[in-house]
Design a protein around this ligand. Structure first.
Ligand code: AMP
Ligand code: GLY
Length: 417
């Protein structure tokens, strides 16, 4: 099988690494890729938001399977264009991708299928939104509608904070929409589910750390680390989430004639064993995918390909009783301003339980240099979470990159239990 992966971050490096190990993978390309992915795949500078260019490349190289990593090409409808052209493609179409692109759409789906989530209302009128906040009081959550890359959410402790968040969103212009919702308490966890339109299959659970600094302090980021499985996602909680949230959502998408194909990532709030939906993403989490890929290895290709071909009913996953943990090394200053182009020297690693995935790197002649905010994803798998943590931090400490920083407490919540 000839395979093309779209994307160029740590998630795509982990997918490329897992796919390349599978004997069914003949040739592997990645667009645009990065310096680490280049060790697994041929990297090509395609504009991945331009479906026609992607399709031309697919035809030229006789590619059998396209795996779409990030949300942007999904929201652009690249999966629709490829599937309409007969290409086996992993990732939802534009309509189904609204589950991530629009928080208001997700609320509408939850209401239609009875999935538990925070009570909410959607507003386009600033006065009405302000009045709602004044009536409901704090704590309250204000979310800009649309792809905000995790930046459009304010968990407001006071009504003044919520009002300021509303002012900032409505200052964007007349098209602005906000979802205002009830503040939920509990423990957050993520559930990763493959779907082929009809069938679905649980791929795993994870928890990530969104804040930049130790102790979950500092600004929100794309994710500073993750581990899998999430202890709070016991088999009973996972089954409750599937029965009350995931399966009803997928059925509702089928009913609307826009079935979801790909990976549905449910961000959940779990309190007293009851999961409620915080948000959906329509692609693998980053860095959660790195932890999942370490655990699943080559079989990740088999199940993703089965999902894309509508064969999930016959797909099986062999789960090991193991744990994986991923620590992100970021450029100092991230998620604010940071430098690029700093030289990085990686240690030689011959332990198969440890991988350093590249998130934002490139080669400048022979030198590996930083090329993004999140730069490296040091990932390890072991029989216990503590052992995985120790392996990952030992590898991280051997990275020579003075301009990088990492949290030292990835996994703290699960390790404390
Ligand atoms: P989202 O982009 O919707 O995932 O929101 C980002 C983060 O804000 C989540 O991971 C939660 O930590 C927090 N959050 C979002 N919605 C709520 C809510 N209704 N109650 C409590 N926390 C929330
Ligand atoms: N790590 C969170 C995300 O991928 O959205």
């Amino acid at each position: 099988m000839n395979i093309l992966i779209l994307g160029g971050g740590g998630r795509e490096h982990a997918l490329a690494w897992a796919f390349a190990q599978n004997p069914k993978c003949d040739r592997l390309w990645c667009a645009p890729g990065n310096a680490g992915i280049a060790e697994e795949a041929e990297c090509v500078p395609l504009d991945i938001l331009d479906g026609r260019k992607v399709l031309a490349f697919v035809r030229d190289k006789a590619i059998d399977f396209v795996m779409i990593g990030p949300e942007a090409p999904l929201a652009e409808g690249v999966a629709d264009l490829l599937r309409d052209a007969g290409v086996t493609t992993f990732g939802p179409g534009r309509e189904a991708a609204q589950l991530e692109a629009s928080k208001a759409f997700t609320k509408e789906i939850c209401a239609a299928c009875g999935a538990p989530t925070a009570a909410s209302q959607t507003f386009t009128d600033p006065q009405a939104a302000q009045a709602y906040v004044a009536r409901e009081g704090a704590p309250i959550v204000v979310k800009a509608d649309g792809l905000a890359a995790g930046k459009g959410v304010t968990v407001a402790a006071t009504t003044a904070e919520a009002q300021a968040a509303l002012d900032a969103i409505f200052a964007e212009g007349p098209g602005a929409r906000v979802v205002i919702e009830e503040f939920m308490t509990g423990e957050e966890a993520s559930l990763f589910v493959l779907a082929d339109g009809e069938e679905c299959l649980v791929l795993g659970t994870a928890q990530d750390h969104k804040r930049a600094f130790d102790g979950d302090e500092g600004p929100n980021t794309g994710g500073m680390g993750a581990y899998s499985p999430a202890p709070v996602m016991t088999p009973a909680v996972t089954e409750a989430a599937m029965a009350r949230i995931l399966r009803p959502t997928l059925a509702e998408m089928v009913r609307r004639g826009t079935p979801f194909r790909g990976l549905l990532y449910a961000g959940l709030m779990v309190e007293a064993g009851n999961p409620r939906l915080v948000e959906y993403n329509v692609r693998f989490g980053d860095p959660e995918a790195q932890a999942l890929a370490m655990r699943l290895g080559a079989q990740l290709l088999d199940v993703c390909h089965a999902a894309a071909e509508g064969r999930l009913a016959e797909a099986r996953i062999n789960f090991a009783e193991d744990h994986a943990l991923c620590v992100v090394m970021a450029a100092r200053g991230y998620p604010g301003a940071f430098a690029r182009g700093e030289a990085i020297a990686l240690p030689e690693i011959d332990d198969p339980r440890v991988r350093i995935f590249h998130a934002g790197t490139r080669r400048a002649d022979a030198t590996l240099v930083s090329n993004g905010g999140r730069v490296l994803n040091v990932t390890a798998r072991a029989e216990s979470l503590a052992a995985a943590r120790d392996l990952a931090y030992a590898a991280l400490d051997a990275v020579d990159w003075p301009g990088g920083f990492a949290r030292r407490d990835i996994g703290w919540r699960a390790l404390a239990e």
